[in-house]
Design a protein around this ligand. Structure first.
Ligand SMILES: Cc1ncc(COP(=O)(O)O)c(C=O)c1O
Length: 392
């Protein structure tokens, strides 16, 4: 008698008891180590998706594991109504790696919640209503963040969303100028639009937005949920161009997979927030704070920013010379590969057959790589070799 493989049972149970809202890969991952994940069947996959840009220090990095297990043994949770040693250290460390001027943090639990809080702060402090965001941008799935999301398919069926949201083409300063007015609370953008197909704007766009916001008295918010914490080869995109937003929102990779979100802000913004204006039960809990602190330590001690800068240059160079590739977009380990054939799906499927996990984007011609920051040249070579053997 043959028994059903364990993974089939697990898939059947998830399908039976979970709401079917995700299109899942057809295997069960039960273990991870650095850039590799392992299925229940003992197969090994190279993870160039990083659990969707989350696993910044690689899967189950021993220092992250130790930090969270030690913390769990000491104190798993207490509320924000008491001071806590590890939250204090995590807040200081995050601010120390943030761009100058972004010197205060509010902890939340996810990317969408970080954005909700940033948008709320902007409206509350300016007394204005309008929020300008960009076509192609993604900011989350709760009402405020969803209202700012410039990919209409995510907003379908749930309108009307929040009042006062308008959208400009990404990179178009003139369009922002025509929309902004004295009733504008904020301009929010992903500095690199990831879901939208890994799109960057010209450097002048980022400086121009700062100037336009200053002139109108509106706040500038960078959603760095994907670009933050080393992914572009700097701790933050906002560290690159000398343009400092009023707020930067973070989540995903900042604690290597333990859920946490954060809003970094300037002293001036923080000074106007009063006791009771913001709050969340779990935000900045000790376990998440321990993971955040350890993540920053690992990035620093293992030279991961340098690793991203050097190896992404190698990756971009090699991809650019492939016949099937029309364009390589992004920065560091936020990579969009646009294929000439118009569809990235056969490449994702072909790579999956060769045991390499990658992601797609809203633009169907773009394959996305969001690997752990620990990815080295030898694994990049495995990927390049696999990719060059796939027909689109
Ligand atoms: C740029 C960006 N902002 C916000 C979010 C929402 O984050 P979360 O899923 O943690 O709510 C995402 C999620 O993919 C994102 O990519």
């Amino acid at each position: 008698m043959t028994t059903k493989p364990e993974f089939e049972d697990i898939i059947a149970i998830e399908e039976k008891y979970q709401v079917a809202t995700y299109k899942k890969f057809p295997f069960v991952i039960s273990r991870g180590e650095d850039v590799w994940v392992y299925t229940t069947e003992g197969e090994r996959y190279l993870d160039l998706y990083g659990g969707h840009a989350v696993v910044s220090t690689g899967h189950s990095h021993p220092r992250i594991v130790k930090a969270i297990s030690d913390q769990a043994a000491r104190l798993i949770f207490y509320s924000n109504l008491v001071y806590n040693d590890v939250r204090a250290r995590a807040a200081r460390k995050l601010v120390e790696v943030a761009p100058d001027l972004l010197s205060k943090v509010f902890f939340a639990n996810s990317g969408t919640e970080a954005n909700e809080n940033a948008l709320k702060i902007a409206r509350k402090l300016t007394g204005a209503l309008k929020i300008i965001s960009f076509e192609g941008g993604f900011h989350g799935r709760t009402p405020g963040s969803l209202s700012a999301t410039g990919l209409p398919k995510y907003r379908e069926g749930v309108s009307p969303l929040l009042e006062g949201h308008v959208y400009a083409p990404f990179g178009d300063l003139a369009a922002v100028e025509s929309l902004i007015d004295s009733d504008t609370a904020a301009v929010i953008l992903e500095p690199i639009q990831s879901m939208g197909g890994v799109r960057l704007a010209a450097p002048e766009f980022y400086q121009g937005l700062r100037d336009i916001c200053d002139e109108a008295g509106a706040m500038l918010i960078y959603d760095e949920v994907q670009t933050g914490m080393g992914r572009t080869g700097e701790y933050f995109f906002a560290s690159r161009l000398g343009v400092v937003p009023d707020m930067v929102t973070l989540a995903k990779g900042i604690a290597s997979g333990i859920p946490i979100g954060a809003v970094l802000m300037t002293e001036e913004v923080a000074a106007e927030i009063k006791v009771g204006d913001l709050g969340t039960t779990f935000g900045g809990g000790p376990l998440a704070a321990a993971a955040l602190e350890a993540t920053i330590d690992v990035i620093r001690d293992e030279g991961l920013l340098e690793n991203v800068r050097v190896n992404s240059q190698y990756l971009f160079g090699a991809l650019g010379s492939l016949d099937s590739v029309q364009e390589v977009r992004g920065l560091g380990y936020l990579v969009g590969i646009k294929f000439k054939g118009g569809s990235a799906k056969p490449y994702q499927q072909g790579l999956l057959e060769k045991k390499i996990i990658t992601g797609l984007a809203d633009d169907p011609s773009v394959l996305r790589l969001l690997p752990p920051l620990t990815l080295r040249q030898q694994e990049i070579d495995l990927f390049l070799e696999a990719l060059s053997g796939i027909e689109g």
